[in-house]
Write a protein that binds this ligand. Structure first.
Ligand SMILES: Nc1ncnc2c1ncn2[C@@H]1O[C@H](COP(=O)(O)OP(=O)(O)OP(=O)(O)O)[C@@H](O)[C@H]1O
Ligand SMILES: [Mg+2]
Length: 311
């Protein structure tokens, strides 16, 4: 491991992902080199199809690369088999998805406790209660996802992502299904909780004002890191703990987004799902990271619930 990698929580070298579908091989990530320092907040922006979600999946150990080296929290992910990868995710990674992916038949506290129980901890419900209180939901412990608003569901998902005290918090358009005001509230919680936990935050977003809250922004295009956007002005201020999610807001009207399914199981967008692929999906790189049937969480509690989640 390099000296840089020692200081980094994430170190990517020559990362490539190629998938082979019916139309032949497609290079989705092409030679990405990237380091994330412990505790920093980094946003990833770029057009649809740029490879942002794929990058997040590889960093989270949910998708295996076709080329290159991926080190996270000092682990060379290529050296880990599926069981070891699940343990790695359980101890190091929390993920927040756009469509929440809570388990609809479990209450808020059960959803949050699940990854901790799977990790074999005795204090799962105590920790779940703590994390739910931290996102202002101590009065909703026994509610089912269908009885919660979209913003509340996403706060439950944040609590779930943090219940095992991960080093790395990955968020893929976490406000994408929320209206602007609710999204800002959720983002406040995401930043505050990741800072409290001293977790590194990797945030994919299409919204400039959210990207600007991070210490730095990475722009992706066509499977490459195109440019490290100049450090956001808000970044240094943010590092001091005074991030204001509404600061620097672009006043342009935003696209209205609906929470399509209050259970969090959003309709399949008709594309690949690396987390819970239908049989035969994901043939390109021999990845077996997509496991399970698409219902329930995986053994590490990180995979989304519900049928064929969107990414
Ligand atoms: N199974 C597959 N076979 C071939 N190409 C795929 C497959 N799944 C995804 N892709 C392609 O990979 C590219 C990157 O997808 P990815 O989901 O990482 O993009 P993204 O930057 O997250 O986009 P968005 O902003 O729309 O979420 C896209 O062009 C997509 O069409
Ligand atoms: Mg995406």
């Amino acid at each position: 491991m390099s000296a840089v990698a020692h200081r980094s929580i994430v170190s990517l070298r020559g990362l490539g992902v190629t998938l082979t579908g019916a139309a032949g091989p497609v290079e989705i990530l092409r030679g990405i080199d990237l380091d994330l320092a412990r505790g920093e907040t980094v946003s990833v922006v770029g057009p649809s199809g740029a490879g942002k979600t794929t990058l997040l999946m590889v960093v989270g150990g949910l998708e295996r690369p076709s080329a290159g080296r991926v080190e996270v929290a000092g682990e060379d992910l290529a050296a880990l088999d599926e069981d070891a990868l699940a343990r790695f995710r359980g101890s190091h990674v929390g993920i927040v998805f756009q469509a929440f992916h809570l388990i609809p038949t479990m209450t808020a506290i059960e959803n949050v406790a699940a990854p901790r129980e799977l990790a074999g901890a005795a204090d799962a419900f105590g920790r779940a209660r703590e994390e739910l209180a931290a996102v202002g939901l101590d009065h909703r412990l026994e509610h089912y996802p269908g009885e919660l608003s979209g913003g509340e569901q996403q706060r439950v998902a944040i609590a779930r992502a943090l219940v095992n005290r991960p080093d790395l918090l990955l968020a893929d358009e976490p406000t994408g299904n929320l209206d602007a005001a609710t999204g800002d509230q959720v983002i406040r919680h995401l930043f505050a909780r990741s800072r409290d936990r001293e977790a590194t935050l990797l945030l994919i977003t299409h919204e400039a004002h959210l990207a600007a809250l991070c210490d730095r922004t990475i722009r992706m295009a066509d499977g490459r890191v195109e440019a490290a956007v100049a450090e956001a002005a808000a970044g240094s201020e943010a590092a001091g703990g005074q991030r204001d999610p509404t600061g620097g807001r672009d006043q342009a009207p935003r696209r209205d987004r609906e929470v399509e399914d209050r259970s969090g199981a959003r309709g399949a967008p008709g594309r690949r799902n690396a987390l819970a692929p239908p049989e035969g999906a994901r043939t390109g790189n021999g990845s077996s990271s997509g496991n399970g049937t698409g219902t329930g969480t995986g053994s590490d509690g990180l995979r989304p619930a519900g049928p064929v989640p969107s990414r």
